[in-house]
Design a protein around this ligand. Structure first.
Ligand SMILES: *Cc1c(COP(=O)(O)O)cnc(C)c1O
Length: 523
């Protein structure tokens, strides 16, 4: 068996050996502990807490009142802790290693953010507390808003949307309100092929007809096709910039000018803002609305780690239609404007998107991140994000096809395709191999414009040593897939579960824990 410098076994023989190790009676393998579903190990008779018998109260639900148990399994406190701790050890996390998911910006969440968010003055606030008692929290929202407006060169910002896709909804509702206000009903939203999937979904959710704009061979919006389609029925264009091919849309200003000339609005998907923060201001490019994912660019945890937050910056034309509530500074006081009054100067809000003010915990973390970096540090973020992605692109473009490698440097993500892999080998095999190498797989089969796409976003927070380790793994897998190494088709060998039958899982999902369903699933 050959060993890499790092001591990782790589040959098929090594893999087969581990695979054929004798089974243990428990299914556990030392520190890798098996864990059954909670519905298999728990019982409705058990509970980890000792409540006094609830007093009888008259039900006001009438016939709707439930008379039987809903069958939730109970465990003792220790069993509960072990159950979730064991499951958590089978999971991958940014605190364990590099998370190359393209378009997700899975980067380090600085611990300083957590420390500040946990300060009792922030953590213990109630959203209904009187405004005079939460002036500090309102000041945080106000200051973060000012940073976002400055960094994007836009007119104002709606802070309440709770994720990127929610921000897209906010932007489109503002655009619709602006069009309705001028009595201009328009029905179509144009979405380039290189846009994120949430863009057409949002447009359709808002009741618009979605039309594709093709990409050019170099991975950018086809400007002529876009111009050719603009007309009085087009409400807006939704452009992801940098786009999901990892490229900057160089014609953005020309696009915006053409869209505005046709009476429509420009929505920019700003999820990839970490690639341009401090370097480009979307406001200068003619953008009317853009969401910012605080959980991506500004390092607040996401995925299993926490909720998202998607403030939307708005142009002067859209600002009057922004949602409620918003924070305003009046004299030396911060005021949460919850309702627009007749004499209000803000105009025609489209309404409210959330019950309260947005994701306060994420505002606190994002502002901590911004202040700890400062303007110069944020500029450095963009440089490092782009440098790291180009390092990966150029370190691997001799073994993996880079479809837009000839279009110049990439932005924050490196895009590869499955072209050149041996017959029968796919992007999926490489992704499964990465699991054995101790990495979360990259984004697969997205963007759709590239066959067998592998989209890698290392982010700015990875060191050169971490990138080199990842490159070593991906290079080895690419070489094996090109050489037709059959053993790769069996990966992952070392994960808690082997390769799943994805077709069966999609066609016959087991979504219930009843005994018969579990028995059938086990067959
Ligand atoms: C992540 C992402 C979104 C959606 O953001 P959520 O916060 O996950 O709703 C939209 N567009 C792009 C380009 C993204 O990367």
């Amino acid at each position: 068996m050959t060993m890499l410098k790092e001591g990782r076994p790589t040959t098929p023989q090594a893999l087969t050996k581990a695979d054929s190790a004798p089974a243990t009676a428990t299914g556990n393998r030392a520190l890798m502990l098996e864990e059954a579903l909670i519905f298999e190990i728990g019982s409705t008779e058990t509970t980890g807490v000792d409540f006094a018998e609830a007093p009888e109260v008259a039900s006001r639900l009438g016939d709707l009142a439930r008379t039987d148990s809903i069958g939730l399994p109970g465990l003792s406190e220790q069993e509960t802790v072990r159950h979730y701790t064991r499951l958590s050890r089978q999971n991958y996390a940014i605190d364990l290693g590099l998370f190359p998911l393209g378009s997700c910006t899975m980067k380090h969440n600085p611990r300083l953010n957590e420390k500040v968010a946990r300060m009792p003055g922030f953590a213990d606030l109630h959203p209904l507390a009187p405004q005079s008692t939460v002036q500090g929290a309102l000041a945080v929202i106000h200051e973060l808003a000012a940073w976002l407006v400055t960094l994007t060169g836009m007119h104002s910002v709606a802070m309440s949307p709770k994720a990127g896709a929610h921000g897209e909804l906010c932007g489109l509702l503002a655009i619709r309100a602006a069009l309705e206000a001028r009595g201009d009903a328009r029905s179509v939203i144009l979405v380039p092929e290189s846009a994120h999937g949430t863009n057409p979904a949002t447009a359709a959710f808002c009741g618009y007809k979605v039309e594709d704009i093709p990409a050019t061979p170099d991975g950018r919006v086809d400007l002529e096709a876009l111009k050719g389609r603009l007309g009085p029925d087009v409400a807006a264009v939704m452009i992801t910039n940098p786009n999901t091919c990892g490229l900057f849309e160089r014609d953005m200003k020309t696009i915006s000018d053409a869209v505005h000339a046709a009476g429509a609005f420009v929505y920019c998907d700003g999820a990839n803002f970490n690639a341009i923060v401090g370097r480009v201001r979307p406001g200068d490019l003619g953008v009317d609305a853009m969401h910012i994912n605080l959980h991506k660019t500004f390092s607040t945890p996401h995925g299993g780690g926490g909720p998202g937050s998607g403030p939307v910056v708005l142009s002067e034309a859209l600002a009057p239609f922004a949602p409620l509530p918003f924070v305003e500074k009046q004299g030396d006081k911060f005021v949460l404007v919850e309702e627009e009054t007749a004499e209000d100067h803000h105009g025609q809000t489209f309404g409210r998107m959330v019950a309260f003010h947005g994701q306060m915990g994420m505002f606190t973390r994002a502002l901590t991140y911004i202040l700890s970096h400062g303007a110069d540090g944020l500029r450095q973020v963009a440089s490092d994000a782009v440098l790291n992605a180009n390092y990966i692109l150029r370190s691997l473009d001799d073994v993996l096809d880079a479809p837009f490698g000839g279009s110049g440097p990439c932005m924050h993500e490196a895009l590869f395709s499955d072209k050149g892999l041996a017959e029968g080998f796919t992007t999926l095999d490489i992704a499964k191999g990465l699991i054995d190498e101790g990495f979360h797989p990259m984004t697969m089969y997205f963007p759709l414009v590239v066959h067998g796409a592998m989209l890698v976003e290392p982010t700015e927070t990875e060191s050169k040593a971490a990138l080199d380790q990842f490159i070593l793994a991906l290079r080895s897998l690419a070489e094996r897939a090109k050489a037709g190494d059959e053993a790769l088709k069996g990966a992952p060998y070392f994960a808690p579960r082997r390769r799943l039958d994805e077709t069966l899982a999609a066609r016959k999902p087991v979504l219930t824990w009843t005994e018969p369903a579990l028995a059938e699933a086990a067959e």
